[in-house]
Design a protein around this ligand. Structure first.
Ligand SMILES: Cc1cc2nc3c(=O)[nH]c(=O)nc-3n(C[C@H](O)[C@H](O)[C@H](O)COP(=O)(O)O)c2cc1C
Length: 360
């Protein structure tokens, strides 16, 4: 019996060796200021290298900021300069050498920028020192205690679109084979998508067409620098969990069809993160139905994410045709070799470094 989780998967000219992929997860471990701000260091190398030797087919390196003020925390990775590109080159090279496809998520944190590392208590870091004043679609704070962001002018919006293209170009140059645009979790692109955070009355706000404009312009800008033969992913929050006050699952399906026309190859389907009185029914695989719906209704390939922790659970998602790949987050923090363990549990073969061949 063939095991779906360990079948290769081809997108454009890129073949990923299996369907167990690593979700992007910020490490908040870069220098915050100075010439090495946002540069990947030893922690990042060890962290990603060990998930590659653990058998992940594709690794999405954490949300990497396209501009300094687009970092979630001052300790985030960046790709707004060439020093940062060189730090990431070492990681992409190691992953590729060991059979894991190197991918990277690029993003802008918008009104949720300049926050503390989670283990230092979350919440905003005030301007001055390592912190800064965040920007957003509208002067509406994310939550109590968060700053009111500066409303972006159309000129600044265009600048940010260009910064996404520049970051993608650097990612390609550093050796990455997949780039993912971060459109989820209430960061800048997601803030524009949702009527909960986007109160604009110009061509970037109001109608579905206007709220999706920035996302599609960013996708076009990234696609224009990303080679035809390599895939572009987009991460979305399928719903803000705010019903009609926010972005909805119906809008996600409509938007997925547009993303496909604009050259996106796979939708990474997450949810939530944009504030408000969201009620989220968190449980095993709780976001999978959103991915399944996008796949069924649009034909766009999807990756499912969120509380996927067991090998048979992951296998069923793929075997049922609900997703084309699974992304694991926290379970890969617990167990870097989860993919190789899952292969063993399911009786499948997967790639492993020769150095570990004794332990298959
Ligand atoms: C420490 C940590 C950092 C995260 N950073 C990011 C990120 O950079 N970009 C992103 O889209 N999601 C991020 N997430 C969300 C994960 O990608 C994933 O969607 C989420 O953890 C649910 O999957 P899981 O239940 O397998 O952990 C992060 C999650 C964790 C736990």
């Amino acid at each position: 019996m063939s095991v779906a989780l360990f079948q290769p998967y081809t997108l454009r000219s890129l073949t990923v060796p299996n369907r167990v992929w690593m979700a992007p997860m910020c490490q908040y471990s870069a220098e915050m200021t100075g010439p090495n701000a946002g540069v990947a260091g030893d922690w990042h190398f060890a962290h990603y290298a060990s998930r590659a030797t653990g058998g992940a087919g594709l690794i999405l390196v954490e949300a990497t900021a396209v501009a300094p003020e687009g970092r979630i925390s001052p300790a985030d990775l960046g790709l707004w300069n060439d020093t940062q590109k060189e730090g990431l080159r070492r990681i992409a090279g190691f992953l590729k050498e060991h059979g894991t496809v190197p991918g990277i998520q690029i993003g802008h944190a918008g009104r949720k920028a300049s926050t503390n590392r989670p283990w230092q208590g979350r919440g905003p870091v005030a301007p001055g020192g390592p912190g800064w004043q965040p920007v957003g679609p509208s002067p509406v704070a994310f939550d109590e205690g968060y700053p009111v962001p500066t409303e972006l002018t159309v000129e600044r919006i265009r600048e940010i679109t260009g910064q996404f293209a520049d970051a993608a170009r650097r990612a390609l140059d550093a050796g990455f084979e997949v780039v993912e645009v971060h459109g989820a979790h209430g960061y800048l692109i997601g803030e524009f998508l949702s009527p909960h955070s986007n109160h604009r009355t110009d061509e970037y706000g109001g109608s579905f067409e206007n709220r999706t404009r920035l996302a599609l312009e960013v996708v076009d800008a990234v696609r224009s620098v990303w080679p035809e033969e390599l895939p572009v992913f987009f991460r979305i929050s399928a719903t803000d969990w705010l019903e009609e006050q926010g972005w909805t699952a119906d809008e996600t399906v409509r938007f997925a069809a547009l993303l496909r026309e604009h050259g996106v190859d796979l939708l990474d389907v997450s949810s939530g993160g944009n504030g408000g009185p969201a009620r989220i029914p968190v449980g095993p695989g709780y976001q999978v139905p959103f991915a399944a719906r996008v796949k069924a209704e649009t034909g766009l390939p999807v990756a499912a994410v969120g509380l996927i922790t067991e090998s048979d659970q992951a296998e069923k998602i793929l075997a049922n045709g609900e997703a084309d790949a699974v992304l694991l987050g926290r379970e890969l923090l617990r167990d870097a070799s989860w993919p190789r363990r899952a292969a063993r549990e399911l009786g499948a073969e997967t790639h492993a470094p020769s150095q570990y061949a004794w332990a298959i």
